[in-house]
Design a protein around this ligand. Sequence first.
Ligand code: WTA
Length: 680
Amino acid sequence: MWLPCRCTTKYVAASIRRGVSASSLHALRRGRSSWNSAAFMPESAGFEGVSGRDALHDYSVSHSENFWAAVARQRLNWIRPFEAVQDCDLSQGRIKWFEGGKLNVSVNCLDRHVHTCPERVALIWERDERGSEVRYTYRELLEMTCRLGNLLRRHGVKKGDCVTIYMPTCPLAVASMLACARIGAAHNVVFAGFSSEALAERIRDAQSSTVITVNQGVRGGKITELKRTVDAAVQSCPTVRQVFVAMRTEKRVEVTDRDFALEEEMLKEDVVCEPAAMDSEDVLFLLYTSGSTGKPKGLVHTQAGYLLYAALTHRYVFGYHDGDVFGCVADIGWITGHSYTVYGPLANGGTTVLFESTPVYPDPGRYWDMVERLRINQFYGAPTAIRLLIRYGDQWVKKYDRSSLTTLGSVGEPINTEAWEWYNRVVGEGRCPVVDTWWQTETGGICIAPKPSEPDAEIVPGMAMRPFFGIKPALMDTEGKLLTSNNASGALCMAQPWPGMARTIHNNHQRFLETYFQPYPGYFFTGDGAYRSQEGYYQITGRLDDVINVSGHRIGTAEIEDVVNQCSAVAESAVIGYSHSIKGQGVYAFVVLKKGVDMQEADLSKELNSMVSEKIAKYACPDFIQFAKRLPKTRSGKIMRRVLRKVVDCDLDSLGDLSTLDDPAAVQEIIEGHEKLLSK
Ligand code: WTA
């Protein structure tokens, strides 16, 4: 794997403009009882009469154009200034920001910092092998990115192409993303836990001709054959012309005509790579995520708006300051890794940790050992890992010095009160605010979080609470009417556009409109439900569609059903999410076999599990498979999932209205089958 080498980088961007003045931040850090908006956020200095967090938030939504224009001018480095701040119409699903502007995202993430502080550490690669971390300075990361950019260019990758990256979290993966941005290609990072079929589907949909991967992955002490997975995937991807293979381990892997050794090829390249001048609304990346149908959707994020929003939220939600070490442990294959391991921290000139391992490898002290060793200031992780670690006891945390920590973040799923309290009390010793951050692949960055807030403002456990600057949430009732009062629950929508939101679904704008803009005309619909408290704080209540969240990973129940139904023994199936003490949600599958099938249930379960693992990923495998003679259906033939959900949650008292059922006896059979399965 590419290691830092000490040659000088010739190219540095000519001009930079950073908005944060160190002295004003120090004033704030010394602690004031009330907010001075301009000291807190230098970009807001020109907002007349705005003082205090709430006033700044009000301004950001009531004078949205002024707000975003000021922030965009000061936080990003433009090749050509933008002419229009926004051209958005949510009722049409049209979202455009900073048109007329030209910039390069990699220059914003690298060159401008190389110009001011070339030897600052950009990446700390916390390799799977504990204690073997490697640091990369901004100069080294720029050099790596430039070599990779030149390599891609020499191999015919052009502006507008889309490169698929199938790699674990590592410096070359970050450099690959930035190299794409440098030359104007889009990237499509596919989580390295996805199977070859899932990878192939994403490569085909993105029409990639180039794939970047590693020979093998190393995680939790185990080796995964990533190159082999790519080989299997590209067999059904006629568009793929070339595969670049980095060496994470020493192991040589089989090579074909289309394979190139990444590090060897990079050595042939120059360390200067001319950045492409990109329009604000050119595509930066696609990222596939699950929806309520079987086909994952390639959400499209563009250049300026996405980068600005990732940078601003990273800076203010986490209180990130120059010199801090930011530790986001999410995989780069998910949006959290994109926005808060890569783009947000690097746009802010930060030091970001690339975590390759698992929370329990080689022991359950891994996170906190890493916090001590790397002196991490902000730690950002998922509730599922916190719940897992609680089980191992406090001693694994207390063993390590966590005095560097200032903020603890949570993302991906609701954080239950027990996990929140433990995170706050044991990990943070009660001194670090816990920020429960709500957002989605679609939103590009954090939309609701307790911070930023006034220094002594309350934080309610398990609540995302406060909309970020420029975010205006709205709740809708079941009739689609806007709920205006507090102490209300409804479908969570956004009433205003913001720069970080996705622009479309790759190759399927119609699906984009139908999913997000047509359910509540004039609003962006998130797919989640939320409660607004008496005080006006938001709490996320969960998905309203058939998407479940397993260990913080999103998966559509329809995707799993599609695979299960491909089994020749299966007549039909229904997959339900149920509440799981560690994973948040687990997968429960009801399966009806075809008549005359004569197979042991245990064998069938095994087969179905291996099918899901091969066609999607291991995390999507059912925890329980209940074989049933039939499923409860309405008279019109629709499966009554509501009933199945209640059965699985053992909530038989609220099965609700069963009068539309075709045959009520089916429910009794399902209940009995469920009891039998649990008693096994
Ligand atoms: C869920 C992850 C409750 C939610 C950044 C959302 C959450 C989906 C939270 C997006 C939270 C994310 N509290 N639920 N703090 N954060 N979710 O696209 O259902 O992988 O719609 O993005 O995760 O998942 P995605």
